[in-house]
Write a protein that binds this ligand. Sequence first.
Ligand code: C6P
Length: 408
Amino acid sequence: MTLQIEKIRNDFPILKRKIKGHSLVYLDNAASSQKPKQVLDAMHSFYQANYANIHRGVYTIAEEATEAFESAREAVVKFIHAKSIREVIFTRGTTESINLVRFAWGTKNIQSGDEILLTEMEHHSNLVPWQMLAKEKGAKLKFIPIDAQGRLDLNKLDDLLSPKTKLLAMTWCSNTLGTINPVEKIIAAAHAKGIPVLLDAAQAAPHIAIDVQKIDCDFLAFSSHKMLGPTGIGVLYAKEALLENMDPFLGGGEMIKTVEWESSTWNDLPGKFEAGTQSIAEAVGLKAAIEYLESIGMEAIHQHEQSLVRYTMERLREVEGVKMFGPPAEERCGLVAFTLNGVHPHDVAAILDRNGICVRAGHHCTQPLHRKLGLEASVRASFYVYNTKEEVDLFIDALKETAKVFKQ
Ligand code: C6P
């Protein structure tokens, strides 16, 4: 399945930009993706014609805005194959979704002596909240280790899923190694012991098809801005029975049913978890992004990214002093992190920028993982639906030049 790449590229106005005289080559998609004009237009026309606050007014544009917001929720339900709108909560993004679970589920369900199982490839957003909860409760964090190829080492999974384990929280795709984890198998192993599983899908939702009923995860978190949508909105999916038993995360407007001076009762799902004015136009943008992705097809997107990452890894082997991290291309989403011997990752990124090429340099919010790899920082190139082999060639040429400059 090949994508109509020129047609797709035409949808992204920013790709026409020149940077220091060069065409923009945007290879930092794992940090955040660019936006097609379908998303920009949907938000613009919503603000121009239909904008008002939602769930409150009885006048025409308030009803239109509410309808637009709720139809975005329906688009998410379909995109991830949730059972109903009651299972889809809008948040500000992956980080907030995970923190919602920490506060609204964790506070009630994690006690002193309990264990929370994570993996060694977690982003800080799926590590720090659990550190905070564990500290507060006197619970313990445990980690599924990674092997030398950057895969999860599942040999000890059975032991790590102990009678004390109350939650397994893990990433679906690593933002640093690129590894796509075998989540269905791991969830089945956790469920066999009655342990719920939270998936951080920040790097999965933009790139692979998601069916929450098939994989049977209990919680799933992702962000709109990495999947062609706007910033400021994301999703927490959770099974309805779990959400029903959780207390609200934030208190305020819209999450209540009745309020007395001394106490309140909670709104039905999903409103119970959506306090305050929501990111309304952003929901409209997210819906347009989902429609855009669906019009191409998630399988086709994944195949395209795999072919780019395979080609990039082949070509990176040509560059003297490059060391790559993570598994073979077939087991990855579309990203590759590497170092260039003797050159600090920030210098690599700065020189690539002189050629209009955007990559991320640093610890990618996985400091403990970097330390485990013996690194402080790495360079990461990450791809999306609009990237091409020609862009990979430009990136490799610029990298070869960088290696040459620093060798002199
Ligand atoms: N990773 C990256 O460059 P937010 O910021 O809430 O939208 O997403 C946080 C997050 C959580 N989990 C994973 C696996 C992620 O990759 C990210 C965001 C970006 O890799 C920014 S640090």
